[in-house]
Design a binder for this molecule. Structure first.
Ligand code: G3P
Length: 504
């Protein structure tokens, strides 16, 4: 058998291809960014063809740099930014419109209408999600209603919907003349269209958005020994590699962090933050503003569910300091600038740029900086931005503890911002529990590789994967309880100031 497994990680700002050996160690990687289109306030789009072009390029380059070819790969897994919506023409492979990104808030009226007439509660019950701009259903509806010819094409059966996993899989398996049209349970659970109990598209939910079933991909397990297909020889792999696995990126990170038992949780720090708590095969419905989502489904085993706290803006607040305010030149500088001060100087920054996600779900919220006095500097703002990342995670932990009745004892972390040591220390201080980071920090790609490898017998079982998780760094809390509660009180006051800012 081949000695390696590949993983495509199609993220919000970039796409990477990674290659892992049997020990779960990285042996090759290439990554490219794609353009963010911001045509109006609140709108965020990607060009799906650019994403496919970048995906092909990172695969070719990573294989060439590591001197490997298709036959060296036992399988390839796909993981992706979730919810981001592509609708394309099955006859040409061309998108009808740019991908509407998960952060995009143009569907705020669609989302709030759902809550005015009771449909919202049905969505909560069946799909486990609160009606929000975040999920795919409203984005598909927007494309059907606003892009000329798409409604008719959908009625003819020519328009296909997919998140970027299905889009990538379509091109990997068939090119513009048509590949397989498949997604997995984790991605489907982010659309507001899938019933969490049947794991199938739900006709009542589809009727809420007036979406024809024929647009939707077939839903399969996240790790499927019967394979979704193989890569086509004329594509970027230049050979046929089994494609048995897809997972939304946050679910993949949960697998990469080997959170296979109920009660195990991880927090990923990317453009946003996403904390997932494995609840086992039991469907736990949140009373505290968390999502119920599918964590993974391996082969013919029952689906495993998770409670999720999704936070829209964390790393992207640091990018905002860099790109819009110009007070730092790169992410690393957010740490050195914030280290110039001892504390936040009374200042709180709530980056509610896309409204507030978990646990508030308020699309009428917008960002605030409060508590300013003439004393404050850029350094306080940088510190407040790092604290905002950690306080938003505290909000989510509070909700998880309420829902599960279990107090968090320690937190597994991963993602870009975990390189910021001050931020991780603040996270331990603000939560009051140790924070632990694994040696292989690329847990998202690793999780997709694990799901693919399990499907083809490259790895035997999850126990084997558990043994491959090793701690790299740990941060212990240093604040007193009083300091922690005082700080959190200020944060909650600042959050109140963001609410009722725009009419939806
Ligand atoms: O739900 C959105 C999430 O999947 C995006 O993750 O890492 O691409 O920002 P990331």
């Amino acid at each position: 058998m081949a000695d390696f497994v590949g993983a495509i990680d199609q993220g919000t700002t970039s796409t990477r291809f990674m290659i892992f050996d049997r020990g779960g160690n990285e042996v090759g990687k290439h990554q490219l960014e794609h353009k963010q289109y911001l045509p109006q306030a609140g709108w965020v789009e990607h060009n799906p063809l650019e994403i496919w072009e970048r995906t092909s390029a990172v695969i070719r380059t990573a294989l060439a740099q590591s001197k490997l070819q298709a036959s060296d790969l036992a399988a390839v897994g796909i993981t992706n930014q979730r919810e981001t919506t592509v609708v394309w023409d099955r006859r040409t492979g061309r998108p009808y419109y740019n991908a509407i990104v998960w952060q995009d808030t143009r569907t705020d009226r669609i989302a709030s209408a759902l809550d005015r007439d009771g449909r919202g509660d049905t969505i909560r019950r069946k799909a486990g999600l609160p009606p929000a701009t975040y999920f795919s259903g409203g984005k598909i509806q927007w494309i059907l209603e606003n892009v000329e010819g798409v409604r008719e094409a959908a009625q003819r059966g020519d328009a296909l919907f997919g998140n970027t996993d299905a889009w990538t899989l379509w091109y990997l398996t068939g090119g513009s003349d048509g590949g397989v049209h498949i997604t997995d349970v984790t991605n489907a659970s982010r659309t507001m269209l899938m019933n969490l109990e049947t794991l199938d598209w739900d006709d009542e939910l589809l009727s809420f958005f007036d979406i024809p079933r024929s647009m939707l991909p077939e839903i399969r397990p996240s790790s499927d020994p019967s394979l979704y297909g193989t890569t086509r020889a004329g594509g970027p792999f230049a050979g046929e590699v089994p494609l048995p696995a897809t997972l939304g990126d946050q679910q993949a990170a949960t697998v990469g962090q080997v959170c296979f038992s109920p009660g195990e949780a991880k927090n990923t720090y990317g453009t946003g933050n996403f904390m997932l708590l494995n609840t086992g095969t039991e469907l736990v419905r949140s009373k505290s503003g968390l999502l119920t989502t599918v964590c993974y489904q391996f082969g013919d085993q029952p689906a495993v569910y998770a409670l999720e706290g999704s936070i829209a803006v964390t790393g992207s607040a640091i990018q905002w300091l860099r790109d819009q305010l110009g007070i730092i030149s790169g992410a690393a500088q957010s740490e050195s600038l914030a280290r110039q001060v001892e504390d936040n100087g009374g200042m709180y920054f709530v980056p509610a740029f896309s409204g507030l996600f978990a646990p508030y779900w308020r699309s009428d919220a917008r960002g605030v900086i409060v508590g300013l006095s003439r004393y404050n500097t850029n350094a306080h703002l940088a510190r407040a931005a790092l604290e905002a990342i950690c306080y938003q995670s505290r909000d989510v932990v509070e909700a998880m503890e309420k829902d599960s009745g279990v107090a968090l004892e320690f937190l597994k972390v991963d993602g870009g911002i975990t390189a910021n040591k001050l931020c991780m220390q603040l996270q331990a201080d603000i939560l009051g529990v140790p924070v632990s980071k694994p040696v292989v920090a690329e847990t998202t790609a690793l999780g997709a590789a694990y799901a693919a490898g399990l499907a083809v017998g490259f790895w035997q079982n999850t126990d084997q994967l558990r043994e491959q998780w090793h701690e790299d760094q740990r941060w212990e809390p240093t604040w007193s309880d009083e300091q922690r509660e005082e700080g959190y009180k200020g944060w909650k006051k600042a959050v109140e100031r963001t609410l009722n800012w725009v009419e939806v």
